[in-house]
Ligand binder design. Structure first.
Ligand code: NAD
Length: 329
């Protein structure tokens, strides 16, 4: 069901988003739209991202249309590095949803909380479809804002018993440890080599510009979700990993240009044809993991349709729960 209303525009605040949408809602919305993308029922428009020459800000748009879910819209926003000093989040975004039948603006939805939720849902979808069923140890590389969302969503996909973590800035790890403890999971700070040796599932969610995890450190059967690389130049893992792993992506075009796969493709290790859209596994047109020893890698670059999908759910739930009043534009 879409958020479309005949009686005006819904304004859904960050607070209401946090109140109404739950991780399973985000998981289902993201899983469905990945499936729609692979069927050709949903597509992302080219991303615009510009340094505006003011406040060191990066500003841009992620937009698309999901014909299956009837969701049309745009996420506008970006990165303002000076915001922290003002008591604001550095990443700022807002989602605009339009009625696909008329072009009318139907909802304005705060996009900050939803970005973290949909990004965590993306790696969770990959774990649900690609990780070994008997995965017990979750390895976290990264301990920033996104990492706790990632951890919470990941542990809902398998019966994890333990979290091992490494971060380039070790002082940031206690926050992640506190969430693991809250979730009843043992937590251990380890070396990156130790993480590779122990983890059955690894999530990387850093702003790194060079490989943090080497291919030789990963044991057979591991599933790795590379979530931090969403821009040209960023990099979290050894490109050689793309040779030893079976590689999946949210959107192949974005993965090979601004995602983690950019480096393996640029160095000729793999080509575009070596990647499979995760939606194909969701739609059962690709078998996914083929053996317990296979290494699977998911490149989650973050597409606009994920934002629109969760924003649409948040707007619908907010309306159903009487938390928003339509206004005339
Ligand atoms: P954050 O600033 O809160 O945390 C940054 C993390 O990266 C920390 O773990 C920090 O220790 C590490 N880090 C910082 N500089 C580094 C460097 N030079 N080398 C190695 N590690 C470094 O950021 P966040 O909000 O947690 O986001 C983490 C990453 O995820 C960012 O790159 C962000 O752009 C990306 N992201 C991706 C998606 C997606 O859909 N794929 C969505 C949101 C954010």
């Amino acid at each position: 069901m879409s958020a479309n209303t005949d009686d005006g525009l819904l304004i859904v605040s960050e607070e209401i988003c946090e109140q109404v949408i739950r991780r399973p809602d985000a998981f289902s919305a993201v899983e469905a739209v990945f499936g729609a993308m692979a069927r050709g029922d949903a597509y992302n428009f080219p991303v615009v991202r510009e340094a505006i020459g003011h406040a060191d800000a990066l500003y841009g748009f992620k937009s698309g249309f999901d014909r299956a879910g009837m969701v049309l819209g745009v996420k506008a926003g970006g990165y303002w590095p000076g915001n922290m000093a003002k008591g604001l989040t550095n990443h700022q975004s807002t989602v605009c949803l339009f009625d696909p039948d008329t072009g009318r603006l139907v909802a304005l939805v705060g996009g900050n909380y939803l970005t973290a939720l949909r990004t965590a849902a993306s790696s969770a979808v990959s774990i649900a479809h690609l990780a070994r069923k008997d995965a017990k140890v979750l390895g976290m590389v990264g301990a920033g804002h996104q990492s706790t969302f990632q951890l919470r969503a990941a542990v809902e996909q398998r019966d994890f018993e333990r979290v091992v973590a490494w971060n380039p800035h070790p002082d940031m790890l206690p926050r992640l440890a506190a969430v693991a403890e809250e979730l009843g999971l043992a937590f251990e700070a380890v070396t990156p080599e130790g993480l590779g040796a122990q983890a059955d599932v690894i999530i990387t969610i850093t702003s790194a510009f060079e490989p943090l995890i080497m291919a030789d450190w990963i044991k057979p059967g591991t599933h790795i979700a590379c979530m931090g690389t969403d821009t040209k130049g960023k990099q979290e893992v050894d490109p050689a990993l793309f040779k030893s792993a079976t590689v999946f992506a949210d959107e192949i075009a974005q993965s090979i240009t601004i995602g983690e796969a950019q480096h393996a493709v640029a160095s000729g290790l793999i080509g575009e044809g070596d990647l499979t859209a995760i939606g194909e596994v969701i739609n059962a047109t690709h078998p996914g993991r083929s053996s317990d020893d296979e290494i699977t890698l998911f490149d989650g670059t973050g597409v606009g349709l994920q934002d629109l999908a969760v924003a649409s759910v948040a707007a619908r739930l907010a309306r159903e729960q009487g938390l928003v009043t339509p206004v005339a534009l």
